[in-house]
Design a protein around this ligand. Structure first.
Ligand code: ADP
Ligand code: MG
Length: 270
C-alpha cells in the first residue's frame, strides 16, 4: 500500500528528530494558529550556572542538600556550584517539591526552603530561607538557544499571530530572554496551573494553541494545548509523556518545519 499522507509525514518528521505520537496529532499540528513557549529549557539551553551567591557559603551547602533530588535545571546548577566550591553537602530528609516555586527539606536539623525571588538585573534568582530567616540569594544565567529567534519568528509567520512567552520566572529575567528572542508578549511569574489556564483561555476564545515546554511545571499546559510539544533532552519524563510531540534533540527549528509538513499532508488528505 502507499503510505497515507499523515503517516508519511510522521515518518519524515521522525527522520528530522521530531517524534509525533499519532496521525491525529500530525493532523492537529497544521491547524495551530497561536504559539506559546516556556523559557527555561525551551528558549534557553536549560543548563543555568550560578553567577552569584549573596550570602554565606553554608547557605549554599544547605540549599544544595535540599535540591539534591530535584530534576529542575536550577537545582542541578545549585548542586554543581556547591560541588565546584568543594562544599560538603549535609544529610537532608523530608524533601518536598513545589512545582513552579521551589523546594524544601530538613537539612542538619534546619528547615530549608529554596524558592523563587525577583532578580536584580534581569537575572533568575532564588532565595534560601533557613528556619524562616532569609540566608542567601543565588543568581543564575542561562544561555539562549541559538535557534530560538529564528524558530520563534518562523512560528509567528506560519500562524499569523505573535508568539507568547509563558514562564514561572521573574518578570526581569523573562523580559531579558523575550527581548533576545524577539518576543513582545510576555507573561511571567506563572504557576504551572496558571500556564494551563492561559492556554485554556485562548482555546475558549477559539484559538488552536501550540505549546512548547520542557518541565514538570509545563505538563498541565502541554495537556491543555491543541498540540503540546516537549523538548526531548531538556525535558522531564512527565513533559515527554504528556506532550503530543517530542523534539528529540531539542532542535527548535524543527518545530516550524513540522507545522509546515503537517499543512502539506493535510492538503493531501481528502
Ligand atoms: P520556567 O517557567 O522558567 O521553566 P519554573 O516554573 O520551573 O520556571 O520555575 C519558576 C521559578 O520558581 C524559577 O525561576 C525559580 O525561581 C523557582 N523554582 C522552581 N523550581 C525550583 C527549584 N527546584 N529550586 C529553586 N527554585 C525553583
Ligand atoms: Mg522550562
Amino acid at each position: 500500500a502507499t503510505m497515507p499522507p499523515l503517516l508519511s509525514a510522521i515518518a519524515t518528521a521522525g527522520r528530522h528528530g521530531v517524534l509525533v505520537k499519532s496521525a491525529v496529532v500530525m493532523e492537529r499540528l497544521g491547524a495551530v494558529d497561536r504559539v506559546a513557549l516556556d523559557k527555561t529549557g525551551t528558549l534557553t539551553e536549560g543548563t543555568p550556572r550560578v553567577t552569584a551567591v549573596r550570602g554565606e557559603e553554608t547557605a549554599l551547602a544547605l540549599a544544595a542538600a535540599a535540591e539534591l533530588p530535584s530534576e529542575h535545571p536550577l537545582a542541578r546548577a545549585v548542586v554543581a556550584e556547591a560541588r565546584a566550591r568543594g562544599l560538603r553537602l549535609p544529610e537532608a530528609t523530608d524533601f518536598a517539591a513545589e512545582p513552579g516555586r521551589g523546594v524544601r527539606a530538613v537539612v542538619d536539623g534546619h528547615e530549608v526552603r529554596v524558592h523563587r525571588a525577583s532578580g536584580t538585573h534581569g537575572d533568575t534568582a532564588v532565595e534560601v530561607v533557613v528556619d524562616g530567616a532569609p540566608a542567601a540569594v543565588l543568581e543564575f544565567s542561562d544561555r539562549l538557544r541559538e535557534a530560538a529567534p529564528g524558530a520563534v519568528a518562523a512560528l509567528g509567520r506560519l500562524t499569523g499571530t505573535a508568539p507568547t512567552l509563558l514562564t514561572g520566572d521573574n518578570a526581569g529575567a523573562a523580559a531579558r530572554i523575550a527581548a533576545e528572542t524577539g518576543i513582545d508578549d510576555v507573561r511571567a511569574g506563572l504557576l504551572p496551573h496558571e500556564k494551563a489556564e492561559a492556554v485554556r483561555e485562548w482555546e475558549r476564545a477559539g484559538a488552536k494553541v501550540l505549546l512548547v515546554g520542557d518541565g514538570v511545571n509545563d505538563a498541565p499546559a502541554l495537556a491543555a494545548a491543541h498540540a503540546g510539544v516537549a523538548m526531548g533532552r531538556a525535558g522531564s519524563d512527565l513533559a515527554l509523556e504528556t506532550a503530543d510531540v517530542v523534539v528529540v534533540h531539542d532542535e527548535l527549528g524543527a518545530i516550524p518545519a513540522v507545522v509546515a509538513l503537517s499543512r502539506r499532508a493535510r492538503r493531501l488528505v481528502v
